[in-house]
Design a protein around this ligand. Structure first.
Ligand SMILES: [Zn+2]
Length: 400
Protein backbone atom coordinates (compact mmCIF):
# COMPACT_ATOMS: atom_id res chain seq x y z
CA UNK A 1 0.00 0.00 0.00
CA UNK A 2 1.34 3.44 -0.85
CA UNK A 3 2.24 5.82 1.91
CA UNK A 4 -0.82 7.97 2.66
CA UNK A 5 -1.57 10.75 5.13
CA UNK A 6 -4.73 12.48 6.24
CA UNK A 7 -4.95 15.94 4.65
CA UNK A 8 -5.31 17.72 8.01
CA UNK A 9 -3.68 17.16 11.38
CA UNK A 10 -5.14 14.89 14.04
CA UNK A 11 -8.37 16.26 15.42
CA UNK A 12 -10.03 17.19 12.12
CA UNK A 13 -13.75 16.68 11.60
CA UNK A 14 -15.68 15.98 8.42
CA UNK A 15 -17.93 18.97 7.91
CA UNK A 16 -19.70 17.67 4.80
CA UNK A 17 -19.37 14.15 3.39
CA UNK A 18 -19.26 12.99 -0.21
CA UNK A 19 -22.68 12.44 -1.80
CA UNK A 20 -26.08 14.06 -2.13
CA UNK A 21 -26.79 16.90 0.27
CA UNK A 22 -29.24 19.72 0.77
CA UNK A 23 -27.59 23.11 0.78
CA UNK A 24 -29.73 26.25 1.13
CA UNK A 25 -32.77 24.19 0.17
CA UNK A 26 -31.09 22.91 -2.99
CA UNK A 27 -30.40 19.25 -3.54
CA UNK A 28 -26.92 18.83 -4.96
CA UNK A 29 -24.24 16.23 -5.35
CA UNK A 30 -21.18 17.03 -3.29
CA UNK A 31 -18.30 15.55 -5.29
CA UNK A 32 -15.78 15.52 -2.48
CA UNK A 33 -15.34 15.48 1.28
CA UNK A 34 -15.05 18.63 3.39
CA UNK A 35 -12.61 18.71 6.28
CA UNK A 36 -12.24 21.26 9.05
CA UNK A 37 -11.75 21.77 12.74
CA UNK A 38 -14.22 22.60 15.46
CA UNK A 39 -13.56 26.18 16.38
CA UNK A 40 -12.33 27.31 12.99
CA UNK A 41 -10.15 26.08 10.16
CA UNK A 42 -8.79 29.20 8.46
CA UNK A 43 -5.01 29.12 8.11
CA UNK A 44 -4.72 25.48 9.16
CA UNK A 45 -2.05 23.55 7.22
CA UNK A 46 -3.07 21.12 4.48
CA UNK A 47 -0.91 18.07 3.71
CA UNK A 48 -0.55 15.92 0.61
CA UNK A 49 -2.49 12.67 1.00
CA UNK A 50 -0.03 10.87 -1.22
CA UNK A 51 3.13 11.60 -3.17
CA UNK A 52 2.89 13.00 -6.66
CA UNK A 53 3.46 15.94 -8.95
CA UNK A 54 1.57 19.22 -8.78
CA UNK A 55 -0.29 19.59 -12.09
CA UNK A 56 -2.37 22.63 -11.16
CA UNK A 57 -1.99 25.27 -8.47
CA UNK A 58 -3.93 28.46 -8.73
CA UNK A 59 -7.26 30.16 -8.90
CA UNK A 60 -10.44 28.20 -9.23
CA UNK A 61 -13.90 29.35 -10.08
CA UNK A 62 -15.61 26.02 -9.69
CA UNK A 63 -15.52 25.77 -5.92
CA UNK A 64 -18.33 28.05 -4.83
CA UNK A 65 -17.41 31.41 -6.24
CA UNK A 66 -14.26 33.37 -6.80
CA UNK A 67 -11.33 31.66 -5.21
CA UNK A 68 -8.27 33.77 -6.00
CA UNK A 69 -5.73 31.69 -4.11
CA UNK A 70 -7.30 28.54 -5.18
CA UNK A 71 -6.71 24.92 -5.32
CA UNK A 72 -3.93 22.41 -5.68
CA UNK A 73 -4.13 19.34 -7.91
CA UNK A 74 -1.61 16.52 -7.44
CA UNK A 75 -1.24 13.64 -9.86
CA UNK A 76 0.21 10.37 -8.54
CA UNK A 77 1.69 7.52 -10.51
CA UNK A 78 0.74 3.96 -9.65
CA UNK A 79 3.63 3.45 -7.24
CA UNK A 80 2.52 6.58 -5.39
CA UNK A 81 -1.08 5.40 -5.13
CA UNK A 82 -2.46 6.46 -8.50
CA UNK A 83 -5.20 8.89 -9.40
CA UNK A 84 -5.41 12.60 -8.72
CA UNK A 85 -6.17 14.41 -5.45
CA UNK A 86 -7.75 17.87 -5.55
CA UNK A 87 -7.42 20.26 -2.60
CA UNK A 88 -9.92 23.14 -2.77
CA UNK A 89 -10.47 26.43 -0.89
CA UNK A 90 -6.80 26.69 0.02
CA UNK A 91 -3.91 29.12 -0.18
CA UNK A 92 -1.34 27.13 -2.10
CA UNK A 93 2.28 26.73 -0.97
CA UNK A 94 3.51 24.66 -3.91
CA UNK A 95 3.81 25.37 -7.62
CA UNK A 96 3.05 23.46 -10.81
CA UNK A 97 5.76 20.90 -11.46
CA UNK A 98 6.71 20.48 -7.81
CA UNK A 99 7.11 16.92 -6.68
CA UNK A 100 5.71 16.37 -3.24
CA UNK A 101 6.02 13.53 -0.80
CA UNK A 102 3.11 12.04 1.12
CA UNK A 103 2.41 14.07 4.23
CA UNK A 104 4.20 17.17 2.95
CA UNK A 105 2.58 20.51 3.76
CA UNK A 106 1.22 21.94 0.50
CA UNK A 107 -1.25 24.68 1.45
CA UNK A 108 -3.34 26.19 4.18
CA UNK A 109 -7.07 26.55 4.40
CA UNK A 110 -8.17 29.90 3.05
CA UNK A 111 -9.57 31.87 5.96
CA UNK A 112 -11.68 34.12 3.73
CA UNK A 113 -15.12 32.52 3.78
CA UNK A 114 -16.06 34.33 0.57
CA UNK A 115 -13.76 31.90 -1.22
CA UNK A 116 -15.74 29.02 0.25
CA UNK A 117 -19.10 29.98 -1.10
CA UNK A 118 -19.90 31.83 2.11
CA UNK A 119 -19.65 28.83 4.41
CA UNK A 120 -17.01 28.49 7.09
CA UNK A 121 -13.45 27.94 5.85
CA UNK A 122 -12.73 24.27 5.16
CA UNK A 123 -10.77 21.97 2.88
CA UNK A 124 -12.64 20.38 -0.01
CA UNK A 125 -10.84 17.13 -0.87
CA UNK A 126 -11.77 15.41 -4.11
CA UNK A 127 -10.30 12.48 -6.01
CA UNK A 128 -10.22 11.41 -9.65
CA UNK A 129 -9.82 7.67 -10.11
CA UNK A 130 -7.52 7.93 -13.09
CA UNK A 131 -6.32 11.10 -14.78
CA UNK A 132 -7.66 14.53 -13.96
CA UNK A 133 -11.11 15.21 -15.34
CA UNK A 134 -14.00 17.49 -14.44
CA UNK A 135 -16.47 14.65 -14.16
CA UNK A 136 -14.60 11.73 -12.57
CA UNK A 137 -14.98 12.26 -8.84
CA UNK A 138 -15.04 9.21 -6.60
CA UNK A 139 -15.26 9.16 -2.81
CA UNK A 140 -11.87 10.12 -1.34
CA UNK A 141 -12.49 8.52 2.04
CA UNK A 142 -11.73 4.87 1.17
CA UNK A 143 -8.24 6.00 0.13
CA UNK A 144 -7.63 7.33 3.64
CA UNK A 145 -8.11 3.99 5.36
CA UNK A 146 -4.93 3.24 7.24
CA UNK A 147 -3.52 6.70 6.54
CA UNK A 148 -1.13 8.34 8.99
CA UNK A 149 -1.53 11.73 10.61
CA UNK A 150 0.73 14.40 9.15
CA UNK A 151 3.65 15.36 11.34
CA UNK A 152 3.43 12.09 13.24
CA UNK A 153 6.00 9.46 12.49
CA UNK A 154 8.79 9.88 10.00
CA UNK A 155 8.04 10.68 6.39
CA UNK A 156 9.29 7.87 4.22
CA UNK A 157 11.74 8.21 1.39
CA UNK A 158 14.15 10.65 3.03
CA UNK A 159 17.58 10.29 4.57
CA UNK A 160 17.88 12.48 7.69
CA UNK A 161 20.90 13.96 9.45
CA UNK A 162 21.74 16.48 12.17
CA UNK A 163 23.78 19.66 12.05
CA UNK A 164 25.49 20.48 15.36
CA UNK A 165 28.13 22.65 17.00
CA UNK A 166 29.31 23.48 20.51
CA UNK A 167 25.75 24.53 21.33
CA UNK A 168 24.72 20.86 21.43
CA UNK A 169 26.02 17.90 23.40
CA UNK A 170 28.98 15.92 22.10
CA UNK A 171 28.19 13.31 19.47
CA UNK A 172 28.19 9.71 20.64
CA UNK A 173 27.06 6.25 19.54
CA UNK A 174 23.43 7.01 20.30
CA UNK A 175 23.29 9.12 17.14
CA UNK A 176 20.89 7.18 14.88
CA UNK A 177 21.71 8.47 11.38
CA UNK A 178 24.46 7.66 8.87
CA UNK A 179 25.40 11.24 7.95
CA UNK A 180 26.35 14.05 10.33
CA UNK A 181 27.52 17.63 9.94
CA UNK A 182 29.55 19.43 12.63
CA UNK A 183 31.02 22.91 12.88
CA UNK A 184 34.78 23.48 12.96
CA UNK A 185 35.09 27.26 13.10
CA UNK A 186 33.55 30.69 12.66
CA UNK A 187 36.24 32.84 11.10
CA UNK A 188 39.16 32.31 13.49
CA UNK A 189 36.93 31.13 16.35
CA UNK A 190 37.40 27.42 16.95
CA UNK A 191 34.32 25.43 17.96
CA UNK A 192 35.02 24.11 21.45
CA UNK A 193 33.50 20.70 20.76
CA UNK A 194 34.96 20.12 17.32
CA UNK A 195 38.04 18.07 18.19
CA UNK A 196 36.15 15.59 20.32
CA UNK A 197 33.23 15.42 17.84
CA UNK A 198 35.61 14.83 14.94
CA UNK A 199 37.60 12.15 16.75
CA UNK A 200 34.37 10.44 17.76
CA UNK A 201 33.02 10.56 14.21
CA UNK A 202 36.19 8.90 12.90
CA UNK A 203 35.79 6.14 15.50
CA UNK A 204 32.16 5.77 14.38
CA UNK A 205 33.35 5.34 10.77
CA UNK A 206 35.59 2.54 11.95
CA UNK A 207 32.89 0.85 14.02
CA UNK A 208 30.31 1.10 11.24
CA UNK A 209 28.10 3.61 13.08
CA UNK A 210 28.54 6.48 10.63
CA UNK A 211 29.14 6.81 6.89
CA UNK A 212 29.71 10.46 6.00
CA UNK A 213 30.76 13.56 7.97
CA UNK A 214 30.41 17.14 6.81
CA UNK A 215 32.56 19.77 8.52
CA UNK A 216 31.39 23.34 8.09
CA UNK A 217 32.63 26.77 8.97
CA UNK A 218 30.80 30.06 9.18
CA UNK A 219 32.17 32.03 6.28
CA UNK A 220 33.66 35.48 6.81
CA UNK A 221 35.11 37.93 4.29
CA UNK A 222 38.60 37.09 5.63
CA UNK A 223 38.08 33.78 3.89
CA UNK A 224 41.74 32.78 3.86
CA UNK A 225 41.72 32.75 7.66
CA UNK A 226 38.52 30.69 7.67
CA UNK A 227 40.10 28.11 5.37
CA UNK A 228 43.41 28.04 7.26
CA UNK A 229 41.70 27.50 10.61
CA UNK A 230 39.34 24.90 9.14
CA UNK A 231 42.27 22.99 7.62
CA UNK A 232 44.43 23.16 10.70
CA UNK A 233 41.59 21.91 12.90
CA UNK A 234 40.91 18.91 10.62
CA UNK A 235 44.53 18.09 9.82
CA UNK A 236 44.87 15.35 7.26
CA UNK A 237 41.28 15.10 5.99
CA UNK A 238 39.61 11.74 6.49
CA UNK A 239 38.41 10.36 3.12
CA UNK A 240 34.82 10.26 4.37
CA UNK A 241 34.50 13.97 5.10
CA UNK A 242 33.32 16.86 3.01
CA UNK A 243 33.80 20.55 3.76
CA UNK A 244 30.90 22.97 3.83
CA UNK A 245 30.91 26.74 3.49
CA UNK A 246 28.17 28.23 5.67
CA UNK A 247 27.08 31.33 3.74
CA UNK A 248 24.96 33.58 5.95
CA UNK A 249 24.33 37.29 6.20
CA UNK A 250 23.86 37.38 9.97
CA UNK A 251 26.08 37.71 13.03
CA UNK A 252 28.40 40.36 11.65
CA UNK A 253 28.03 39.47 7.96
CA UNK A 254 25.16 41.88 7.34
CA UNK A 255 24.93 43.76 4.06
CA UNK A 256 28.09 42.35 2.50
CA UNK A 257 26.48 42.17 -0.94
CA UNK A 258 27.90 39.98 -3.66
CA UNK A 259 30.88 38.03 -2.31
CA UNK A 260 31.23 35.72 -5.31
CA UNK A 261 34.92 36.38 -5.92
CA UNK A 262 35.93 35.60 -2.34
CA UNK A 263 33.52 32.66 -2.09
CA UNK A 264 34.81 31.17 -5.34
CA UNK A 265 38.38 31.49 -4.02
CA UNK A 266 37.25 29.77 -0.82
CA UNK A 267 35.71 26.98 -2.85
CA UNK A 268 38.81 26.58 -5.03
CA UNK A 269 41.14 26.46 -2.03
CA UNK A 270 39.06 23.74 -0.36
CA UNK A 271 38.68 21.77 -3.59
CA UNK A 272 42.46 21.77 -4.06
CA UNK A 273 43.00 20.70 -0.47
CA UNK A 274 40.47 17.87 -0.63
CA UNK A 275 41.46 16.88 -4.17
CA UNK A 276 37.86 16.85 -5.42
CA UNK A 277 35.48 19.79 -5.89
CA UNK A 278 32.52 17.52 -5.11
CA UNK A 279 33.74 17.46 -1.52
CA UNK A 280 33.03 21.18 -1.12
CA UNK A 281 29.42 22.11 -0.37
CA UNK A 282 27.61 25.32 0.42
CA UNK A 283 24.97 25.87 3.06
CA UNK A 284 22.64 28.84 2.67
CA UNK A 285 19.10 30.07 2.70
CA UNK A 286 17.65 31.37 -0.55
CA UNK A 287 18.17 35.05 0.11
CA UNK A 288 21.77 34.79 1.30
CA UNK A 289 22.67 32.35 -1.47
CA UNK A 290 21.35 34.54 -4.27
CA UNK A 291 22.66 37.76 -2.72
CA UNK A 292 26.11 36.75 -1.50
CA UNK A 293 27.07 34.12 -4.08
CA UNK A 294 25.67 35.36 -7.36
CA UNK A 295 28.14 33.66 -9.70
CA UNK A 296 28.95 30.22 -8.49
CA UNK A 297 31.15 27.33 -9.64
CA UNK A 298 29.26 24.99 -11.92
CA UNK A 299 28.43 21.78 -10.13
CA UNK A 300 28.33 23.39 -6.69
CA UNK A 301 26.21 21.23 -4.34
CA UNK A 302 24.14 22.93 -1.69
CA UNK A 303 22.27 22.23 1.50
CA UNK A 304 19.40 24.70 1.28
CA UNK A 305 17.97 26.12 4.50
CA UNK A 306 14.32 26.99 4.86
CA UNK A 307 12.01 26.40 7.80
CA UNK A 308 9.91 24.52 6.94
CA UNK A 309 9.65 25.40 3.26
CA UNK A 310 12.10 23.89 0.83
CA UNK A 311 14.08 26.69 -0.89
CA UNK A 312 14.98 24.41 -3.82
CA UNK A 313 18.27 26.13 -4.53
CA UNK A 314 20.27 25.41 -7.69
CA UNK A 315 22.46 22.38 -6.96
CA UNK A 316 20.58 21.54 -3.78
CA UNK A 317 21.04 17.97 -2.57
CA UNK A 318 19.61 18.33 0.94
CA UNK A 319 17.24 20.61 2.80
CA UNK A 320 17.60 21.93 6.33
CA UNK A 321 13.90 21.90 7.22
CA UNK A 322 13.98 22.72 10.92
CA UNK A 323 16.03 24.57 13.51
CA UNK A 324 14.70 22.17 16.12
CA UNK A 325 11.74 24.41 16.87
CA UNK A 326 9.81 25.05 13.66
CA UNK A 327 8.02 21.86 12.66
CA UNK A 328 7.72 20.45 9.21
CA UNK A 329 9.19 17.69 7.17
CA UNK A 330 10.65 15.35 9.73
CA UNK A 331 12.02 14.89 13.22
CA UNK A 332 12.99 17.97 15.25
CA UNK A 333 16.21 16.51 16.52
CA UNK A 334 18.17 13.37 17.27
CA UNK A 335 19.95 11.67 20.10
CA UNK A 336 22.18 12.61 21.82
CA UNK A 337 21.59 16.25 20.87
CA UNK A 338 17.87 16.63 21.42
CA UNK A 339 16.29 19.35 19.32
CA UNK A 340 18.74 20.70 16.75
CA UNK A 341 19.08 21.75 13.13
CA UNK A 342 17.97 18.82 10.98
CA UNK A 343 18.49 18.09 7.28
CA UNK A 344 16.87 15.68 4.90
CA UNK A 345 17.77 14.48 1.44
CA UNK A 346 15.79 12.46 -1.08
CA UNK A 347 19.04 10.59 -1.84
CA UNK A 348 19.97 7.33 -0.20
CA UNK A 349 23.02 7.45 2.07
CA UNK A 350 25.11 5.86 -0.69
CA UNK A 351 23.87 8.33 -3.29
CA UNK A 352 24.41 11.28 -0.97
CA UNK A 353 27.93 10.05 -0.29
CA UNK A 354 28.59 9.77 -4.02
CA UNK A 355 27.23 13.28 -4.54
CA UNK A 356 29.72 14.68 -2.03
CA UNK A 357 32.65 12.69 -3.42
CA UNK A 358 32.83 10.18 -0.60
CA UNK A 359 32.99 6.45 -1.19
CA UNK A 360 31.74 4.26 1.61
CA UNK A 361 33.75 1.10 1.97
CA UNK A 362 31.64 -2.05 2.05
CA UNK A 363 31.17 -3.49 5.52
CA UNK A 364 34.02 -5.75 6.50
CA UNK A 365 33.29 -9.04 8.16
CA UNK A 366 33.56 -12.75 7.87
CA UNK A 367 31.92 -15.07 5.43
CA UNK A 368 31.29 -14.35 1.83
CA UNK A 369 30.99 -10.62 2.20
CA UNK A 370 33.96 -10.05 -0.03
CA UNK A 371 33.32 -6.38 -0.33
CA UNK A 372 32.21 -5.58 -3.83
CA UNK A 373 28.65 -4.40 -4.16
CA UNK A 374 26.64 -6.64 -6.40
CA UNK A 375 26.34 -5.28 -9.87
CA UNK A 376 22.57 -5.21 -9.50
CA UNK A 377 22.54 -2.93 -6.48
CA UNK A 378 25.25 -0.73 -7.93
CA UNK A 379 23.32 -0.30 -11.16
CA UNK A 380 20.15 0.39 -9.19
CA UNK A 381 21.93 3.13 -7.28
CA UNK A 382 23.47 4.63 -10.39
CA UNK A 383 20.05 4.55 -12.02
CA UNK A 384 18.49 6.32 -9.04
CA UNK A 385 21.23 8.92 -9.04
CA UNK A 386 20.89 9.50 -12.77
CA UNK A 387 17.13 9.94 -12.48
CA UNK A 388 17.61 12.39 -9.64
CA UNK A 389 20.19 14.41 -11.54
CA UNK A 390 18.11 14.38 -14.71
CA UNK A 391 15.01 15.54 -12.85
CA UNK A 392 16.96 18.33 -11.18
CA UNK A 393 19.08 19.27 -14.16
CA UNK A 394 17.27 22.55 -14.65
CA UNK A 395 18.02 23.55 -11.07
CA UNK A 396 21.69 22.57 -11.40
CA UNK A 397 22.31 25.10 -14.15
CA UNK A 398 23.67 28.33 -12.67
CA UNK A 399 21.17 31.14 -12.88
CA UNK A 400 23.58 33.70 -14.15
ZN1 LIG B 1 -16.75 20.54 -0.53
Amino acid sequence: MPDRFFPLARGYVITSPYGWRDLDGQREFHAGTDFGFDGGSGGKPVYAVQAGTVIYAGAASGFGGPDPAGWVVIDSDDSQGGGVFIYGHVVREVAVGDRVVAGQRIAMINSDSRTNGGVAPHLHLAHCTFAYSDTDRDDPMPYLQGAKYPGEGTPSGFTFFSDVSEFQDFVDDRYPYRILTIRSNDGDYRDRKFQENYARAVRMFDSGKLDVLGVYFYWRPNWQTCVDVHRSMIGNPHPRIFSMIDVESGYGNENLGDQSTALNQTYDALARWLGNPKRVLAYANRNDFTTMWRSRPSGLRVIGAGYPDDPRLPGQIAHQYTNGVITGGGPLGAAPFGNCDMNKTPLSVADFAAAVGVSIPPPTGGGGDGGEPTSGSLWDKLGDLWRYVRDHLNTLIPTR
